[in-house]
Design a protein around this ligand. Sequence first.
Ligand SMILES: Cc1cc2nc3c(=O)[nH]c(=O)nc-3n(C[C@H](O)[C@H](O)[C@H](O)COP(=O)(O)OP(=O)(O)OC[C@H]3O[C@@H](n4cnc5c(N)ncnc54)[C@H](O)[C@@H]3O)c2cc1C
Length: 440
Amino acid sequence: MLPGLRAIVGAPQVLTGAQTAGYSVDWTGRFRGEAAAVVRPADTEQVAAVLRLCTEAGVPVVPQGGNTGLVGGGVPLHGELVLSLTRLNRLGQADPDSRQVTAGAGVTLAQAAAADPDLDLGIRIGSQDSATVGGAIATNAGGTRVLRHGPMRAQLRGVEAVLADGSVVEHLSGPVKDNTGYDYGSLLAGSEGTLAVLTRARLQLVPRAAQLCTVLAGLSGPAEVHDMAQRAVREVPGLLSAEYFTQTGLDILTSRAGLARPLPRPAPAYLLLEADGPAALADLAELTGEAMVAVGETAAERSRLWACRDRLPEAAAFFGTPIKLDVSVPAAQWVRLATSAAQLVAAADPGALVVTFGHVADGNVHVNIVPAGPADGRHEDAVLSFVAGLGGSISAEHGIGALRAPWLGLARSPAEQDLFARIRSALDPAGTLNPHVLPR
Ligand SMILES: Cc1cc2nc3c(=O)[nH]c(=O)nc-3n(C[C@H](O)[C@H](O)[C@H](O)COP(=O)(O)OP(=O)(O)OC[C@H]3O[C@@H](n4cnc5c(N)ncnc54)[C@H](O)[C@@H]3O)c2cc1C
């Protein structure tokens, strides 16, 4: 097998043994495996040849981009071969008429966002500098601008992908209106590397924000956060982001990560709002009224406020390896979710640390837990069953991956799971791609 792989990509691009360590553990440190080998193809043809060889030899493959995924889907938990796509890093020139660009799967989101000085990528996530276009499509990444531009799937105008048998499909010309059969780009968005390997994507870009204003409000609790965020969506036309967090996470960042306190007094809950345009400051000032706020207009002021939100994924990790849950509920249930999440975990594991934050306008809450008791599924059971009971999603952004799979039945019926399995076996009958991600 190794000689065949070396013949395709060149010997230096086939890593084995200790060289594979960085590819075998995820960002949180929770998911750790051992790769049979790491293969780093340079282009679509090499990806196709590697997949053909692996399928013929019955070797399972885990596609990997920036390895910032949070559900263990991009690491070789069962000794798979890692197919690293980071060398597929060609970024085309943005087309000013269509405002689109074609990017290799290994281009980072930050690079794609910088493709044109007047245009921007509609996606903003905290892992922007490492997460790749391929990984963001495969997880249908969300982030802090979904309320304005939608998730990664909404940025897609076409894809190039390689199926497990090595066949290449390509549809990259990018017309906005295109009803010529199945939209397989949409199907691959959120498929977590189980249906095909993405090699290129045609992305819709958006006008670059020119007059950003950021406001952080300290509020009385989730109900006031929700109410103000709902009003912001209706009353602030330039609104880009509405982010929620609590004093627990902020205290950790100020005491452990050296962040300055953003407001004169602590508050039970915070809402970070960002808007663009000449009226952004006035609109946000009118919305927040008498609330305790900090305003960021310059880039330095804004990034000081954003640090309080962007660094929250690191907060729980100061105390141990976190379980990262990522759930969403219908808007009317968001306050119940935000007020109950920590209580549900406390009932299951009284000594656990819980840090919550999220994208309030999308009904999304990230629940980061450092267990005190055994990490035996009790934390997931408590939160995910509650969310399912509210009609929500047990994975809003991060995907199902390897370890959320046992709870998929809370969110998807047997008939839906059967459809998933049929799609999967049609595209990858040998079961080469990410066999341990999503139930087969
Ligand atoms: C600090 C931090 C903040 C984050 N914030 C957010 C956030 O706000 N919103 C959000 O949605 N996510 C967030 N994430 C999660 C993560 O960054 C995203 O899921 C991201 O899209 C993963 O991209 P990646 O290139 O790192 O993919 P990887 O981690 O390498 O892979 C993720 C999944 O995609 C598959 N995959 C990767 N590349 C390909 C490909 N080319 N073809 C087919 N399958 C592929 C893998 O097999 C795996 O199942 C955050 C992560 C961190 C560490």
